[in-house]
Design a protein around this ligand. Structure first.
Ligand code: HEC
Length: 86
């Protein structure tokens, strides 16, 4: 019985460990698909070939234009965009 609980707890942590970065990514994707498509379509985003540093500049510029990305969401969005086109 004890072993079973140990395994169960271990699996739960393993699952959380595997699932959390993936869900941060999909949240960032949902945000990009929703907020960044308000002024132009996302083709412009998904066809761009930028690294994270270039995306940071672009995202800052878009925020100045009015993109509704909150400061605490910005890092996840930039990280997600940086993984595109690789
Ligand atoms: C308030 C309107 C608006 C929103 C919201 C917006 N954009 Fe833009 N975006 C523009 C305009 C206008 C241009 C063209 C002028 C320019 O490039 O500055 C543009 C151009 C771009 C370009 C092409 C130019 C370049 O630098 O490569 C990319 C890529 C881009 N946007 C990405 C994004 C992303 C990512 C988001 C979400 C974080 C976003 N945009 C949200 C208005 C917006």
């Amino acid at each position: 019985m004890k072993n079973f609980i140990v395994i169960l707890v271990g699996c739960t942590f393993l699952f959380l460990f595997i699932a959390s970065p993936a869900s941060a990514q999909s949240e960032a994707k949902a945000l990009v698909d929703r907020e960044c498509a308000k002024c132009h379509n996302t083709k412009r985003i998904y066809s761009a070939n930028k690294d994270a540093a270039a995306w940071e500049k672009t995202v800052d510029r878009m925020i100045k234009k009015g993109a509704a990305i909150r400061p605490e969401e910005k890092d996840a969005v930039i990280k997600y965009l940086g993984t595109l086109n690789k």
